[in-house]
Structure formats: C-alpha cells, structure tokens
Design a protein around this ligand. Structure first.
Ligand code: V47
Ligand code: SF4
Length: 381
C-alpha cells in the first residue's frame, strides 16, 4: 500500500480521534498511551490490520523471517507458582518432574551435529538446587562442543533466582554468564508488568522492575534480548499498553531488544482454566496494536507453536514479520498449556511453504536478524 492508498483508507474512518492517529502513523509519529488504548477500544479489525500492514511493509516489505533452532528445557521443577502455568511441577511433587544433567543436555545438542541450526533456546522452571555455576558449566560445555551455536537462554525469573542464591549483583551475574557463553536472553517471564495484575497471577517471582533491570544490564554488556507479554487473561487494555510502554521506554535507552512476542494465554490444565481464551479477532488486534505502538521495535514475532499454523499465516497481515523457528517436538511448555500444536515441529521446507502460501517472502535469519538465506525465488529441498 502506498501513501495515497493509505490516505484514502484513513478517510473512510469516521472517528476523529482514529483519523488523527492514522495521520500520525503516516508521518511516523509516536503514539501516546491514551492513543494506544483507543486503538484497542475503537479500532475495527480491518482498519487496524490495514494500518499495521502499512507499517510492516514500510519496514520490511514482504520479508518474513524464521530461524533454525531447537529448545532445551533443563527442568520443569519450579519453586514458583504462576497461576497460568501448566508446566511446572512444584518442588513438593518433584517425582512428576524432570531434571536433566549437563551430559543429557549435551546429548540433545549432539543430536543436531551436522545440521544447519543456528540457535539453541534454553528455558525451564526454577529448580531450587540448580546454581549459577551449574548453568555456567552447561554454557561452556555447549560452546566447547559447538562454538558457532548462538545460546539464547534464561529468563529474568531464572536469572534473578540464580543471582540471589549466589549472592551476586545483576551486573556480576550477567557478566559471568556472558563470559561463560550466554549470547542473548529470550523474552519470557515478562507476563504483565503492572503490579496490580502481576500480584494476582504470579506474585512470587521477579517483578516488572526486576525483569526490566536484568534486560537493561544485558543490553549494557552488548547482549541482545527479546520481550514478551502474556495477554488475554485478567488484564485490561490499559495494562497491555502500560507493559508495551515500559518496553518501548527501555528500547529508547538501550536499543537492545530484537523482537516483541505477544503470547496468547492458553487455558488448559492450569489454575486459570476457568477463563475463556481470547478470540482470533482479539489476537489479530493485539498484533496490530503492538506493531503500531512499539515503533522502535523492528520485529514483531508470532510464536507459531502456540498460535497454530493458520493463525500464524493470518498474523502476517496484521503487522507480524517473524514466525520463530523450526522447533522440534521436545518443546513441552506450550503443548501442556493447550497450544494449537501438540507436536510443534516444522521443517525448513514446511516453514517456507507456510510463508509462501500467503504470498510473503521467506527469509532465514540468525538470532540477531542477520539474513542467512532468501527463499523468495528458490524452491527448498
Ligand atoms: O513467560 C506460560 C508463557 C513464557 C502459558 O524469546 C504461557 O524467542 C500462554 O517467553 N499460556 C515462556 N503462555 C516462553 C517464552 C518464549 C517463547 C518462544 C520464543 C521466545 C523468544 C520466548 O511462556 C512464559 C509465559 O509467559 N506461558 N504458560 C500459558 N498457559
Ligand atoms: Fe515456574 Fe515459569 Fe511456570 Fe512460573 S511460568 S511456575 S516461573 S515454570
């Protein structure tokens, strides 16, 4: 869509405030929190989608990124008790959980020997006995085996616990893990920053300020990271905007975030199962508003194992330009919460096809969005 088409579309909106927001989007002006809330409350799905798609194409054209990665989940035993979590086994029920040794985790890495994966994503529960030195040894062992593999690991929830247990500052702890081989941080553990909601859904783990501080320190050490938001449960639109506003503020300061990943709350087998899940219309509005509000985030990711393949395709018309990676079926955190994909595994050829089916341009990237291969003209093996 060019600027004239955009103007024409914006004249179809009758609401004066939305029309003004449309003009700001065209001029690349930043939206205020009140304008963000208004988008959720008054924006129609078609208008939000058109605006978000305009911004997406202004930034990236048709390019749609994915990467080749695999996951390691060291343990599902967790000292915390987030109400939305279907995954953790409290320490009291640890016989139902798993706990991998460094050797077992190296076996997972070895499974990918000779394959063109670029990233390992390490995330799990917070086991009371696993220490910062255990994880530093894991990082060193992975790097010794495969130095080229980018290690994206540990949320501020895991890190905060590790640092407090080791009695080190965030700065000391992050530096130690970075020097041991940690390259970047995934986006997890953010949930909703607002204390009013956080207290009701995950009161005992690191708070919003602590989450932001750990990412800030990582950025100051030259590391990059991702950011997530868990939406579609008991939060209101203003809490979503507050969350995105805090991330946008930190991104202004450091520029260290790669991508923003809204995560739809799934209601299977957790203490919040009584809640309905958000509709697909709400999900697409969420992506569109994120694209419009988070003006300093280059990338917006839909995590396909959680959203499902068809909805991930749809999201590419609502601002999304990344659909994560060729994850294999060892990822349990989502299937246990009721994700669309019970067996989230897709080959490169399947991912490329998924993107091409909706007439977008598949581009393989590494963790830091360096382009590895453009599949627009080729068929994949
Ligand atoms: O923080 C837990 C979420 C997150 C549920 O950085 C749930 O590339 C929905 O952050 N319904 C961890 N979500 C996973 C994560 C992630 C995933 C993929 C890619 C990246 C990345 C990061 O999973 C948690 C929490 O918000 N989660 N339970 C649930 N019932
Ligand atoms: Fe533990 Fe993470 Fe589950 Fe919370 S979401 S209970 S921190 S595994």
């Amino acid at each position: 869509m060019n600027e004239n088409q955009f103007d024409r579309l914006n004249t179809l909106v009758t609401d004066r405030e939305l029309k003004k927001i449309g003009q700001k989007i065209l001029q690349e002006e930043r939206l205020t929190p009140d304008e963000g809330i208004l988008l959720f409350e008054k924006g129609s799905l078609s208008w939000l989608g058109a605006m978000a798609n305009f911004v997406r194409e202004r930034k990236h054209g048709n390019k749609t990124y994915f990467n080749r990665n695999f996951h390691i989940e060291p343990t599902n035993i967790c000292v915390f008790s987030c109400k939305f979590c279907s995954y953790s086994k409290l320490y009291a029920h640890k016989e139902e959980g798993w706990e991998l040794s460094i050797e077992q985790m190296l076996d997972i890495v070895r499974k990918y020997d000779g394959q063109q994966v670029t990233e390992v994503h390490i995330v799990g529960g917070v086991h009371p006995k696993l220490t910062i030195t255990f994880f530093a040894d894991l990082l060193k062992a992975i790097k010794a085996h495969r130095p080229d593999l980018h290690i994206k690991g540990f949320t501020p929830v895991e890190l905060d616990y590790m640092f407090r247990k080791a009695k080190v500052s965030v700065e000391e702890g992050m530096k130690f893990l970075h020097e041991s081989g940690l390259d970047s941080l995934p986006g997890g553990g953010a949930e909703i920053f607002s204390p009013e909601i956080r207290e009701q859904i995950c009161s005992d783990k690191v708070d919003g300020e602590g989450w932001l501080k750990i990412h800030k320190v990582a950025h100051q050490l030259g590391m990059h990271s991702n950011a997530t938001m868990l939406y579609g449960h008991i939060e209101k639109y203003r809490h979503r905007i507050d969350h995105m506003d805090k991330l946008r503020g930190l991104q202004d300061e450091t520029g260290g975030f790669n991508t923003f990943i809204p995560l739809k709350f799934r209601n299977k087998d957790n203490e919040m199962s009584y809640l309905d899940e958000s509709s697909i219309v709400e999900d697409m509005k969420m992506y569109a508003v994120a694209r419009l509000y988070m003006d300093n985030f280059q990338h917006l990711k839909a995590y396909w194992p959680m959203l499902g393949r068809n909805n991930a395709q749809l999201s590419l018309s609502f601002g999304v330009n990344d659909i994560d990676g060729t994850i294999d079926d060892s990822t349990k955190i989502y299937s246990m919460a009721g994700s669309e994909e019970q067996n989230p595994s897709m080959s490169t050829a399947q991912l490329v096809q998924l993107i091409q089916q909706v007439k977008r341009q598949p581009v393989e990237r590494d963790t830091l969005y360096k382009e590895i291969k453009d599949y627009s003209l080729q068929n994949v093996e």
